[in-house]
Design a protein around this ligand. Structure first.
Ligand SMILES: [Mn+2]
Length: 340
């Protein structure tokens, strides 16, 4: 149950800062996913309804993935280049980051850090230590949009829940719960979803375009990665790799990597799925999904300080090439499964 009454003083302080602000920055880490983009666009509406004269700008390190461009007001999502080119000032009175910490905000970080008031709104339990002015972190929320919805309905905001606002909240719910499959799917999430559906938005479009759709070349790339996947540890591990040359062959963007590992981990008999992405010749990102008893978040943290996530879905960034990374990780994972 998400109870935002405990954020009474944080909300009060945040609202009073925004009441005095002329320019507000909204951001989230890296490339937007369904929860972070839903939360950012919903927050922008909350702020503009309450403070119509303020300028509330969404700026992300990476351009908005094509799949989210159908969302209401998606054209208001900027990159550092596009907002500077528009002649906007890079000074902000209040800067808000949602769905993850400022450590992963890339080129937006300097603008965020310069703001007089910094606000952190998240549902993840762990985050780096940054001296945010205000923290609203609720790990019992399934998603940042669930938390955002509850904030939006306080006396401080009283945001109108029309079909545009509802679909932004809904997108985060379906994204972070994997269409109401993951363990964060609470009865409250289902009840909130039901109340959002009553506003009459096209939930088929939100689910299909916002989560499942992919380009033809991305489909071909996925089929190549799945085709090359291998089993290990008597079929308890399934793994595959995505080297730079494959990314180039399919002209893939970050978003094309979404969803592939989900197909791998739903293979019968699997306990852990592992997918290696080569970021550059000396850097590899590894993603984990667990069906069984292996806590992949703590496993990811054991590999590097740049590792973590949830028990059943986690990732790590390794300073190794893709071959070193895969043998290093698979050997350790095999040992854990052997002793389990
Ligand atoms: Mn999230």
């Amino acid at each position: 149950m998400v109870d935002v009454t405990k954020f009474r003083s944080e909300l009060e302080q945040w609202i009073s800062m925004m009441a005095r602000a002329a320019r507000i920055l909204i951001t989230s880490p890296g490339a937007a996913d369904g929860d972070s983009i839903g939360a950012q666009l919903a927050l922008r509406r909350m702020i503009l309804q309450r403070f119509p004269k303020v300028s509330a700008l969404i700026v992300n390190d990476e351009p908005l993935p094509v799949r989210y461009q159908f969302l209401p007001e998606a054209e208001c999502v900027h990159t550092p280049e596009s907002f500077l080119a528009s002649g906007e000032s890079s000074e902000f009175d209040v800067a808000i980051i949602v769905d993850g910490g400022i450590d992963r905000a890339g080129r937006v970080r300097p603008y965020f850090e310069k703001a007089k008031t910094t606000v952190f709104i998240d549902h993840h339990a762990v985050s780096i230590d940054f001296p945010y002015t205000i923290r609203i972190v609720e790990p019992t929320a399934s998603s940042t949009t669930e938390l955002m919805y509850h904030l939006s309905q306080t006396a401080d905001f009283k945001t109108r829940v029309d079909s545009d606002f509802a679909q932004l909240i809904y997108l985060g719910l379906v994204f972070d719960t994997g269409f109401f499959r993951h363990s964060n799917t609470t009865p409250e999430v289902m009840e909130l979803s039901a109340s959002l559906l009553r506003t009459g938005f096209d939930f088929t479009r939100v689910g299909e375009r916002g989560m499942l759709e992919r380009s033809f070349s991305s489909l071909k790339m996925m089929s190549e990665i799945l085709n090359q996947s291998q089993l290990k540890a008597q079929g308890k591990i399934i793994w595959s790799t995505l080297p730079q040359q494959t990314l180039r062959k399919y002209r893939a963007v970050d978003d094309d990597r979404e969803g592939i590992i989900d197909h791998m981990f739903l293979t019968r008999g699997i306990e852990v799925a592992v997918l290696f992405f080569e970021l550059s010749s000396g850097q590899t990102k590894v993603s984990f999904r667990s069906q069984g008893n292996v806590d992949v978040a703590s496993f990811a943290r054991s590999l590097t300080e740049h590792g973590g996530g949830h028990k059943k879905a986690a990732g790590a960034l390794l300073e190794k090439n893709i071959f070193e990374a895969s043998s290093f990780v698979l050997e350790k994972l095999e040992a854990i499964l052997r002793n389990a």
